[in-house]
Ligand binder design. Structure first.
Ligand code: ZN
Length: 300
């Protein structure tokens, strides 16, 4: 049974609740799949999910059947999973992504996270292969923080797991929990988390407090890596020549990134809407507000 816009949960007070929010999330999720493909962040592989807008203990992600994020087109292409174990909410669902544990364990660990993107970006992976720490070189990537994202490495975990099949995939709760924990930044606050975790020999995963923020972070992480590669080429590979954002600059830019992300998303949305490769049978998302720098409200 596909996701229904009239949701019900036996024994709970929200039985029969109809959710325009759910329709909007599904529309956004379909378009976000297309945007990530258009920007080269996903091909046949890679995925994006959203926390269920009605049930905090569930998330929504495309099934394996459409074949690729570019081909996701309908609510019927999605499956609801429980965050606690990444088991489908409804019986007899089609095949799902083996790496859905990335998503489930992050949602279970961080209640504020509403969207997760996982990518095998070919602009990002070479930095880990070469042992270069990714740090922000321009203002649009201030959200990375001056020190850059942490790197998750499976090698030690494989040793602890008695050397199972080492295909680099996060396909069980144990590995998903280890990856989720890598996002943790400040153990004393219990709130602040890294927006991005790099995955050695694999790709990266990023999170957002909404779909727009997670997509923004994926795109500008990749753009930052392209610029950093260009800068390293010009500097003859000498990383000491590279001028990265300072701590204060990164913090200031992170705030700006939050305030302007909606503007970028509206452009990306329009680009996929006019491209016939991408179909969204659920209709266009409702118009999204554009905050901009005059708006002082911003999230953490
Ligand atoms: Zn992967």
């Amino acid at each position: 049974m596909p996701i229904s816009y009239t949701q019900s949960r036996v024994g709970k007070s929200d039985v029969g609740k109809t959710s325009p929010d759910l329709r909007q999330v599904v529309r956004l999720l379909i378009s976000a799949n297309h945007i990530l493909h258009q920007h080269g962040l996903v091909d046949a592989f890679g995925h994006i999910s959203a926390r269920h807008p009605l049930f905090d203990d569930q998330y929504i992600i495309a099934s394996y059947d459409p074949g690729a994020p570019a081909l996701v087109s309908s609510v019927k292409d999605f499956i609801e999973y429980y965050t606690s174990n990444s088991e489908p909410v409804q019986k007899d669902q089609p095949r799902g992504y083996s790496e859905r544990f990335i998503h489930g364990e992050i949602y279970a660990r961080y209640p504020a996270v509403k969207c997760v993107v996982h990518s095998h970006s070919e602009s990002v992976i070479p930095f880990m292969a070469a042992g270069f720490q990714i740090k922000p070189v321009f203002h649009m990537a201030g959200f990375l923080g001056a020190a850059g994202p942490p790197v998750f490495d499976l090698t030690d975990l494989y040793t602890r797991m008695n050397r199972p099949a080492q295909d680099m995939l996060i396909k069980n709760s144990f590995l998903g929990k280890e990856l989720a924990e890598t996002f943790f930044r400040a153990k004393d606050s219990g709130i602040a988390v890294h927006p991005v975790v790099l995955q050695n020999k694999h790709g990266f995963t990023c999170i957002g407090s909404n779909i727009q923020q997670a997509v923004y972070r994926a795109i500008y992480l990749q753009n930052n890596c392209k610029l950093l590669k260009d800068a390293l080429d010009l500097a003859g590979g000498d990383v000491t020549m590279i001028q990265f954002l300072t701590k204060d600059e990164a913090e200031g830019c992170e705030k700006m990134n939050w305030m302007t992300q909606d503007k970028a998303f509206r452009l990306w949305l329009r680009e996929v809407q006019v491209n016939p490769l991408y179909q969204n049978e659920e209709g266009a998302p409702e118009e999204l507000p554009v905050g901009g720098m005059q708006d002082d409200s911003w999230g953490t």
